[in-house]
Design a protein around this ligand. Sequence first.
Ligand SMILES: Nc1ncnc2c1ncn2[C@@H]1O[C@H](COP(=O)(O)OP(=O)(O)OP(=O)(O)O)[C@@H](O)[C@H]1O
Ligand SMILES: [Mg+2]
Length: 253
Amino acid sequence: MKLAISGKGGVGKTTLAATLAYIFKENGAKVLAIDADPDANLAGALGFVDLKGLTPISEMKELVAERTGSDPGTYGTFFSINPKVDDLPDAMAKEINGIKFMTLGGVKKGGGGCICPESVLLKSLVMNLVLARNEVVILDMEAGLEHLGRATSTGVNALIVVAEPGQRSLETVRVVKKLCADLAIKRVAVVGNKVRNQSDIDFITQNVDGLEVLGFIPFSDSIIDADRNGQAVYFNSPEAVEAVKGVYAKLVR
Ligand SMILES: Nc1ncnc2c1ncn2[C@@H]1O[C@H](COP(=O)(O)OP(=O)(O)OP(=O)(O)O)[C@@H](O)[C@H]1O
Ligand SMILES: [Mg+2]
């Protein structure tokens, strides 16, 4: 299974990505968790403390130059649009509690349509991760919709949109639904997060424009505490784990 996790800022994408990664592993899968957010924090949510050795791939200037045949930081020159990337996942992944982890970073300048060596390398790498790997791949996306306009989400077989009980995150769900139809992503499903009661659940259910709903994660102090203490939700919030197990069960059904 190749999964991308999307949604508005702060709705709980990273929390879900990290917890799902552990639950896939608990069920015997090999898991590759990918931070595709330039403002990265998936490693922390997996419980990884020493972030020093984690340079996002897009910021490895020499690597970008070597693989694309470009000079670092140059624009308007010739470079390979089909760089070799198949050895990078194994060379670059770190192991966090039995989960393989990579941080891609992003392309900060140039905007969504940027065709620069960094974005070309990232696109090729994501396509390789999604199409050529035999692990479960979980992509924690950046907030918003830009990744849908680039190649970053192409090729995944399911995209989960996280929503909280509020108009703004549900508006994002509806826009994501439209964009995914254009990208031929087969399965788009919603996970409701930060729900406090049945009325929150009903509100989300009624506003997802007919999309499949995989489950709901309660608003929970233990999730906030895990984040505050730099610990994985998986080891610190039984209620979150219970809810995400339900999401997993529907996902693989
Ligand atoms: N069910 C929940 N109950 C309480 N707090 C939550 C819950 N889910 C997430 N949070 C908190 O909300 C904040 C945002 O969560 P998270 O980082 O997972 O969201 P995100 O969508 O990845 O954000 P970003 O858009 O910045 O990447 C964190 O402080 C997290 O601990
Ligand atoms: Mg995040």
